[in-house]
Design a binder for this molecule. Structure first.
Ligand code: FAD
Ligand code: NAP
Length: 435
């Protein structure tokens, strides 16, 4: 029999799952990729930094999966709003949840709710033109900004803050956002790690790019670049060497300055009406390896604090969720009978795009082996169900119309290949011209 499977989420995990379903079942499957936005590709579109064009081109691979005859894209449908788990289990033989990790983690320190204290998730969504964040959301009017965390997302955020609007003009950054970046008053960016260079999560290639910025000097304090011994894996050794070389560099007088700090943890965001400073405490590791304060404090005169301390998943209505791991509990991808999980929702918010491919393959192996030889479980079909409710999903062709409008906009502005349409209304106009 031909299996009918719903995959919820059209990020890398969802699309690699659709591809694995087609390949592993030798085409004996129909897959609907259901996405809450009118646009596919998840964080490839709304996370990967706009100036990382070669990584963004993974979308060309994902596109070919959506264009397979066995696969259909249904946009503008949110699990929990337009469709429920109950609906899906009547309309499909199996469901795979791949909704990623869209919210930020908190620091849990005083002052975190002040205006100017911002989650990297919001900031990334802003410069990537995610419809959840208004393009007028940020005004970069503070000369000093702190970015908490030393992972690859922090590196992205720092790079976007450090680059000039001219450098970002050929990218797909929404035009309103580019104008805000052009007016940026930022002169100093402090990237703050609570442990040492040997513990930083950024990868060597991404770190090196910071040293190549034409608009910013990168500074590291020699005492903070010291690490015990030499016995580290190659990637970490590489990071340490780069950081040490920066510690030995003289600033070249570029317009912006990036201070990469280690062994400092944020303890309070200061200010009454908005962020006016960030209090840091020097740290060390306890004998058990925990980060502890030394009682030595320092205040940075920043007007904006961006926390980039990791993403996390949110529970889906009607789907099991562990508040401990903030993921959906599973066994090799199986959640319950006919329900599966894949990607960041399954593993937590770590790993690069490619990691989701092998992860999706595991989930699909489990699914196909569970359902082998079973009679179809579906009793209705999703098109009938949605039509009865007057819900019209965004089709793949309508998404292509959005894409075409983005190309058109770029040409009219004399900018790169595409410029993102900011906001759902602009997207709606693109696929319903005249409305
Ligand atoms: C800022 C940032 C930059 C990154 N840059 C890189 C990079 O340069 N290179 C790299 O290799 N990796 C990068 N990564 C990691 C990579 O993006 C992830 O590994 C990958 O996107 C995870 O895939 P996913 O499909 O699980 O989640 P996502 O990509 O988040 O996809 C989840 C999808 O589900 C949809 N969805 C959510 N809730 C619902 C719902 N209720 N109903 C329907 N749909 C829903 C979302 O809209 C989204 O489209 C980056 C990550 C971040 C956060
Ligand atoms: N170009 C790329 O390939 C690219 C780009 C972006 C993202 N990604 C991937 O996407 C995934 C997510 O990246 P990410 O940067 O969000 O997460 P991450 O790699 O987990 O980094 C999170 C950072 O936040 C710090 N942190 C956590 N809690 C903190 C706290 N309370 N106070 C201070 N610091 C705190 C962590 O320090 P500790 O280590 O001390 O906890 C770490 O430095 C990663 O796998 C990443 O590689 C890849």
């Amino acid at each position: 029999m031909t299996l009918r499977v719903a995959v919820i989420g059209s990020g890398p995990a969802g699309i690699y799952t659709a591809e694995a379903l087609v390949k592993q079942s030798a085409g004996q499957v129909e897959v609907d990729v259901i996405e809450r936005l009118p646009t596919p590709y998840g964080l490839v579109r709304y996370g990967v930094a706009p100036d990382h064009t070669s990584i963004k081109s993974i979308a060309n691979y994902l596109r070919r999966v959506l264009e397979l005859p066995e696969v259909r894209f249904l946009g503008g449908l949110t699990l929990g709003t337009e469709v429920t788990v109950g609906d899906l289990l009547t309309a499909y033989d199996a469901v795979v949840y791949a909704t990623g990790a869209m919210v930020d983690r908190k620091l849990g320190i005083p002052g975190e709710d002040l205006p100017g204290s911002v989650a990297a998730t919001d900031f990334v969504n802003w410069y990537c033109g995610h419809p959840d964040v208004d393009s007028s959301r940020f005004v970069l009017d503070s000369p000093e900004v702190a970015v908490i965390g030393v992972g690859n997302v922090a590196v992205d955020v720092v790079r976007i803050l450090a680059k000039t609007a001219d450098e970002l003009s050929p990218t797909d950054v929404p035009h309103d956002v580019l104008e805000r970046l052009e007016e940026s008053q930022v002169k100093a960016i402090h990237m703050v790690g609570r442990r040492g260079p040997e513990h930083a999560k950024f990868t060597l290639k991404e770190l090196r790019e910071l040293g190549e910025l034409t608009n910013a000097d990168v500074c590291v304090r020699p005492d903070e670049a010291v690490v015990p011994g030499d016995d580290f894996p190659r990637q970490i050794r590489g990071n340490i060497d780069v950081l040490r070389s920066w510690a030995a560099r003289e600033p070249a007088g570029r317009p912006r300055r990036l201070d990469v700090r280690f062994w400092m943890r944020p303890v309070e965001i200061l200010g009454s009406e908005r962020v006016e400073g960030l209090r840091l405490e020097r740290t060390r590791l306890s004998p058990e390896g925990r980060v502890v304060g030394t009682g030595e404090f320092e205040t940075l005169p920043v007007g904006m604090v961006l926390r980039s301390v990791g993403y996390q998943s949110v529970p889906l209505p009607g789907v099991p969720f562990s508040e401990e791991t903030m993921t959906v509990p599973h066994e090799a991808g199986r959640v319950r009978d006919r329900e599966y999980v894949s990607g960041w929702l399954k593993r937590g918010p770590t790993g690069v795009i490619g990691t989701n491919k092998s992860d999706a393959a595991e989930t699909v192996r489990t699914l196909l082996s569970d359902l082998a030889g079973r009679d179809p479980a579906r009793t209705t079909d999703i098109d009938t169900l949605l039509a009865e409710r007057g819900v019209r999903p965004v089709t793949y062709e309508q998404w292509l119309a959005i894409e075409a409008a983005e190309g058109e906009l770029a040409r009219s502005l004399g900018r790169g290949e595409r410029v993102k349409l900011a906001g759902l209304e602009a997207m709606l106009r693109a696929y319903h011209p005249g409305e």
